[in-house]
Ligand binder design. Structure first.
Ligand code: GDG
Length: 746
């Protein structure tokens, strides 16, 4: 509409100006015409009276003068006459113009005093009227003025006529303007808006993989040409996709180990033209303003979910819908809140969903991380369930549901939802799109039914989750807990053979899919990598030291305090390792708005400082605590140089740091100390297993790791690397997608 106005406004202005100018000229000419006519009439009247007036004036015959003037009384109302003597005094005047005598009439004197006695006409103001006065000098035989005749007309009718002309012109102008506006609107719709709308609609369908092959765009003209070009591109893409899908099916049958290419082939073979949508709270790429430079930069967050899902979408493409949480996020999206990522090499689409501060507080910090997170992790941190948080959590799930629904193509989409932030989302989507195949992966542990029963909203949460066709956990134990919980709190039927839950005629399968990493993630051994390792060794004075490493989000579930206390005990019990052992703890601050997390940061600072104070000398401190966010590239050399890595979670769904460390150690020279309360401990049986609550056992395990004979260390590392190479992130995704496609709705 704005564009149409911009287009029409100049035309309307020009037409108005032209018509007004035309009106002025027309009125002027009409006015001149009417006044000329009056002048002619007045002159004729004056001339017809001239002889009689002259005679009467020369003879000073007052009666004749009065009679001459009286003739005008009977004339039409508008006319009058006055006769003056040679000094300009009124001798007689028509009654209706009696007041005229009082009027200031300098032109009479001017005419009498002037060198030439010529008649003159002018429009004069008289009361509320405009009066046309025609003054005619009466001369004697010698040409001297003996008096004047003045013929008067009321000219109101002239102006009434002019007004009438203006009125007609205004009506004509308005009609013309309306006609122009109407025609422009119709023309604009026909040649621009309608075709563009049709083209947009077609593009939308094309984007969603829902092209109407039978009815191609048929617009003629420039837009039609554009549409036909687009159609050619679409056709090319369709054909290419088909070819790739078929090739993929052939290759699928050949490849052994899971790779990025094999997953890509699987997705193309299984999903075909059906699009993949991932939903998570944390976005894989954040745009943040760097406070020092004021420049925006792109950051990869410290998140196991992001670490796992990003390689999958890089491999297969698709759309990832997540909360746009960083302060410059809005600057980098298009009008549909989307952008291509990774920023330097767009492989898939990230759609950002905006939440208000209140929503972020209630849904993310409150219900998700103060309620569900501690509920599912048995770490003795009390879960907090506030009614207000629950309402906001529901609202936020609805917001994500709307955002997902508006992206879905019309047929059989695949939706892969991540984690405990979205327990209600599956049902919300399923209600609107029963044809969608929905899977939810629960990245954290699922507790037993007694623990879960603490949650006041247990039934709604379970119901929401059962909107899925598939629910995945890292380990079978969590699957069992979930089935037991649903069985205990919902009216449903558990099929123990198929491992599924049937509720209200709808079946949800529950499966274990142990998540993993890409084996190549940290393992390149190029010159640049070696240089980076050496740089770190120099910077932190690690030459000749045994280096231990921990990389974690600062979270009370990760057992960071227990780790530091075990290091303390290790140095206390085995003093020969003082000055020889250095532990680097990288801690990425996380959920710092929650008091428990804020307090934990303080506790860890104090603990590290106390231990360092206890043992340090001028050249050595035992714990190097690096409390900031690192980029994945920065983390790489730390993984590569560490002689041992400690993962001491009090409870952890899987733990990817353990697997990343193994992937990084292609020199096989490293030991992994791993908490038995992680999902990873079930697969990585060659790690040194610990109970992080037992400080003695923990300290002894550090001793075991540093003393381990190299061949034994190598053997264990080799075994663990084999397990991860076989069970990598692509296999995890491949298994989930295969399971999803087997459940695909017809
Ligand atoms: C949940 C479950 C499950 C760490 N610091 C930085 C950084 N990281 C990366 C690590 C790793 C990831 O964050 C952490 O993964 P975890 O698996 O340890 O843990 P959670 O974030 O708690 O993840 C967990 C996981 O989901 C996957 O399902 O394993 O059990 O709790 O990749 O390398 N990354 C960056 N900067 C850092 O400073 N960029």
């Amino acid at each position: 509409m704005r564009r149409l106005l911009l287009f029409m406004l100049p035309i309307l202005i020009i037409v108005t100006i032209v018509l007004v100018l035309f009106g002025i000229l027309q009125v002027r000419s009409e006015e001149t015409k009417l006044l000329d006519e009056l002048k002619r009439k007045a002159r004729a009247v004056a001339e017809s009276m001239e002889l009689s007036v002259r005679h009467a004036l020369i003879n000073n015959d007052q009666r004749s003068i009065a009679r001459l003037v009286e003739r005008f009384q009977k004339r039409e109302r508008v006319q009058g006459c006055a006769i003056y003597d040679k000094d300009g005094n009124v001798l007689a005047i028509t009654d209706r113009f009696l007041e005229w005598k009082k009027q200031d009439r300098p032109y009479i004197k001017d005419l009498l005093a002037g060198p030439k006695a010529v008649p003159r006409g002018s429009v004069e103001k008289f009361k509320q009227y405009a009066v046309y006065s025609y003054v005619f000098p009466v001369l004697d035989d010698e040409g001297k003025i003996v008096g004047l005749e003045e013929i008067l007309y009321d000219t109101s009718y002239v102006f009434t006529q002019l007004e009438e002309i203006w009125k007609r012109l205004t009506i004509a102008l308005l009609t013309l303007l309306m006609l122009i506006a109407g025609i422009s609107l119709i023309v604009q719709r026909r040649i621009f808006t309608d075709p563009v709308e049709r083209l947009t609609e077609w593009f939308k369908k094309f984007q969603k993989g829902d092209i109407d092959h039978e009815h191609p765009i048929k617009d003629k003209g420039e837009l039609g040409k554009l549409a036909s070009e687009v159609e050619q591109v679409a056709l090319g893409l369709r054909v290419a996709r088909k070819v790739v899908t078929e090739e993929a099916q052939v290759r699928m049958q050949k490849a052994e180990l899971w790779t990025e290419a094999k997953l890509r082939d699987l997705v193309r073979a299984k999903l075909g033209e059906n699009a993949l949508f991932v939903v998570s709270n944390r976005e894989p790429y954040l745009h943040m303003i760097n406070e020092a430079t004021g420049q925006a930069r792109c950051v990869r967050p410290a998140s196991g979910v992001v670490t796992a899902i990003d390689p999958i979408l890089r491999a297969c493409g698709g759309t990832w819908i997540a909360h746009g949480s960083a302060n410059a996020d809005k600057k980098f999206v298009n009008s549909r809140n989307k952008l291509g990522v990774p920023p330097e090499d767009n492989r898939y689409i990230l759609k950002r969903v905006w939440l208000t501060k209140e929503e972020e507080d209630g849904y993310y910090y409150g219900f998700s991380n103060e309620g569900l997170w501690p509920l599912c992790h048995i770490t003795h941190t009390r879960p907090l369930f506030r009614e207000s948080d629950w309402h906001i959590y529901r609202k936020a799930n609805k917001k994500f549901a709307d955002s997902v629904l508006e992206e879905l193509p019309s047929k059989n989409p695949f939706i892969f939802i991540q984690d405990y932030h979205f327990t209600l989302l599956p049902q919300m989507i399923k209600e609107k799109r029963p044809d969608a195949t929905i899977a939810l992966f629960w990245h954290i542990p699922w507790p037993n039914p007694e623990v879960f029963s603490i949650c006041p909203y247990q039934a709604e949460i379970l119901d929401g989750m059962l909107g899925c066709d598939l629910i995945g956990f890292h380990v079978q134990y969590h699957c069992n807990n979930f089935i037991d919980t649903a069985n205990r709190f919902l009216e449903c039927r558990v099929d123990t053979e198929k491992f599924s839950i049937v509720r209200g005629g709808k079946e949800t399968f529950v499966r274990a899919f142990p998540i993993s990493v890409d084996m190549n993630i940290n393992s390149s051994a190029g010159r640049e990598d070696s240089n980076n390792v050496e740089k770190i060794r120099k910077e932190y004075e690690l030459e000749g030291k045994i280096v231990g490493l921990g990389i974690d989000r600062i979270d009370y579930t990760k057992g960071l305090a227990e780790r530091m206390m075990a290091i303390d005990r290790f140095l206390e019990k085995y003093p020969e390792y003082r000055k020889k052992f250095v532990f680097i703890q990288i801690g990425a601050p996380s959920r710092t708005h929650i008091k428990r997390y804020h307090d934990l940061m303080g506790e860890l600072d104090e603990l590290a400082e106390r231990i360092n104070w206890k043992y340090k000398d001028d050249e050595w401190i035992p714990i190097i605590y690096l409390k900031r966010h690192f980029s994945p590239e920065e983390l790489k050399p730390f993984y590569r140089l560490a002689d041992l890595c400690i993962v001491s979670s009090l409870h952890d769904g899987m733990n990817l740091v353990a697997k990343e460390y193994i992937a990084a150690k292609n020199d096989l020279n490293g030991s992994l100390i791993l908490s038995r309360f992680t999902g990873a401990a079930r697969e990585l049986t060659d790690a040194i297993e610990i109970n992080p609550y037992s400080v003695e056992e923990f300290a002894a395990s550090i001793k075991l790791a540093v003393d381990m004979p190299p061949p034994e260390r190598k053997r264990r590392m080799e075994n663990m690397r084999k397990i991860i190479a076989e069970n990598n992130i692509y296999k995890w995704a491949g298994n989930i997608i295969t399971e999803m496609t087997s459940l695909r709705k017809a």
